[in-house]
Write a protein that binds this ligand. Structure first.
Ligand code: ADP
Length: 480
């Protein structure tokens, strides 16, 4: 059907006759309202519009209709041939242009051309749509099967996996993680993780996660289970937490500790005997210079082993909670005493030492020997690891009923991913190879600080020095 939107004139009659003569159905609209109604209801195959129609510019009317029906062919009928008008019409997206003198042949020919071009365009669009649809369907099938595969991998891996969005809402949580946190039978996805899982260690891990990836973090459960957790940021998604049950490793660790403790204990007596007899050797008769040297070496080695054994025993005692001595301790005097002990080494290594102790510090209630041990270990490490000519700052201050002790040095620093591990027994970080040590000092510090309900941590970067912080409550908290 062809729709003629032209004001009454002889041209209208001519067009109507010419088109009907070649069997086109023709409908005439006398107003814009009539034209809109015919467009909506009869979907004409071609619209012919006058240069001026129903008091408005025909090109503008056509433009509006093209926005609604982009594939509708529209011919503009002009009162007279005007190249400018023709250009405007083509620019507006109309498909052709008619003007007097009108010959029947021209009318029929122009209408046919527009119709066949529109048909061709329609066919092409339909083909394209069909192709795109089938390719989308194929892709949807692939991604559906991929999703199925991923879902079954995700459900069956033995690690617990939790995926969070940027707002810490649960996107995914697999079977193992649900079981670990006792979430059977509920679907927590879409909820903020801290509303769904109330677990202190997990909350602390999430609080820490703002600093980037976390590789080792222990989650302790009331029933004795222990999980190791990692937190990994995922760009444009959020983050993932993976957890592995390490309860059996913890048990092994405990067995190893018990074993080490027993062996250390049993080693002490023979070591004391070796040391005693080594000293006696010198007294019972004259020794050659070489024999003297050998005895000296025996003594020094036995002293090293004895120191190690004592450290191990100490750790065992601390872990078992055998330390109930509490008295008022002034940190300031302990710090001064401890630094005095390292004085010769500090001078030898030409280290610059700054000591900043705030006045009127509150006292601690603690075992002074243990506090001294912590400070000795932290200051000792800084003196040991800071190269010649470096600097060390030791400061003590109090804040909100807490005493903060800080040792900052210009030494080699500690790689970030090892900063939690250096507090483990025997762990020595990779960038201090070449310097001797047992790897026990910081685990002793950690055990002591834990027994006082305090905290110890390090802030450091490789080659940027290290700052160890020790925070202790100024008053001993009441036992729960
Ligand atoms: P040790 O010093 O006997 O190796 P520690 O338990 O005292 O054992 O320390 C553990 C590890 O922590 C050290 O081996 C070292 O890698 C790292 N570390 C401790 N203190 C420092 C420091 N001030 N600067 C750089 N690394 C340090």
């Amino acid at each position: 059907m062809i729709l003629l939107a032209l004001d009454d004139s002889s041209t209208l009659g001519l067009l109507q006759r010419a088109l009907r003569a070649v069997d086109h159905e023709v409908v005439i609209a006398h107003s814009q309202a009539g034209m809109l109604e015919a467009l909506d209801e009869s979907s004409p195959a071609l619209l012919v519009i006058g240069q001026q129609f129903d008091g408005e510019n025909g090109v503008q009317i056509a433009e509006r209709q093209l926005e609604r029906f982009p594939t509708l062919p529209i011919l503009l009928f002009a009162q007279q041939d005007a190249p400018d008008l023709a250009r405007t019409a083509l620019e507006a997206g109309l498909s052709g242009y008619l003007c007097p003198p009108l010959r029947t042949d021209d009318i029929v020919h122009t209408a046919r051309r527009s119709l066949s071009r529109a048909r061709y365009l329609g066919d092409w669009i339909r083909r394209e749509v069909r192709q795109t649809t089938s390719s989308l369907e194929r892709r949807a099938q692939i991604s559906e099967s991929e999703r199925g595969r991923l879902a079954s991998i995700f459900a069956s891996i033995e690690d617990g996996v939790i995926v969070l969005d940027d707002h810490k809402k649960l996107i995914l949580i697999n079977r193992v993680a649900r079981e670990a946190f006792g979430l059977d039978g509920v679907d927590p996805t879409g909820h903020p993780i801290d509303e769904v899982i109330a677990h202190n260690d997990l909350r602390e891990l999430l609080a820490k996660s703002g600093e980037g990836a976390v590789k080792y973090y222990e989650l302790n459960f009331d029933d004795g289970r222990v999980f190791n957790a990692q937190h990994t940021p995922i760009p444009e998604i959020g983050s993932a937490i993976t957890i592995q049950d390490i309860t059996y490793l913890k048990r092994l660790d405990q067995m190893k500790n018990d074993f080490v403790h027993t062996v250390s204990h049993d080693l002490r007596s023979p070591l004391t005997a070796v040391l005693g007899y080594a000293e006696l050797v010198e007294r019972v008769g004259p020794l050659t210079e070489q024999q003297h040297e050998f005895v000296r070496r025996i003594q020094s080695s036995v002293q090293n082993i004895t120191a190690l054994v004592n450290e191990l025993l100490d750790l065992g005692r601390l872990e078992a909670g055998f330390d109930s001595r509490r008295e008022s301790v002034q940190l300031e005097s302990i710090v001064t005493y401890s630094l005095g002990q390292f004085d010769p080494l500090i001078k030898e290594k030409q280290l610059r030492l700054n000591q900043e102790v705030a006045p009127n510090m509150p006292a601690l209630r603690a075992n002074p020997i243990r506090i001294r041990q912590m400070i000795d270990n932290l200051v000792g490490n800084s003196v040991k690891y800071t190269p010649v000519g470096g600097s060390i700052t030791v400061s003590v201050r109090s804040e909100d009923n807490q005493i903060i002790f800080e040792v900052r040095d210009s030494g080699p620093g500690i790689p970030r991913d090892e900063q939690l591990r250096i507090f483990e027994k025997f762990y020595r970080a990779t960038n201090v190879a070449g310097t001797k040590g047992s790897g026990l000092g910081l685990s002793i510090v950690k055990s002591i600080v834990d027994s006082y309900h305090g905290r110890v941590w390090v802030e450091s970067d490789v080659n940027q020095g290290a700052a160890f912080f020790l925070v202790l409550p100024a008053f001993e908290p009441k036992e729960a």
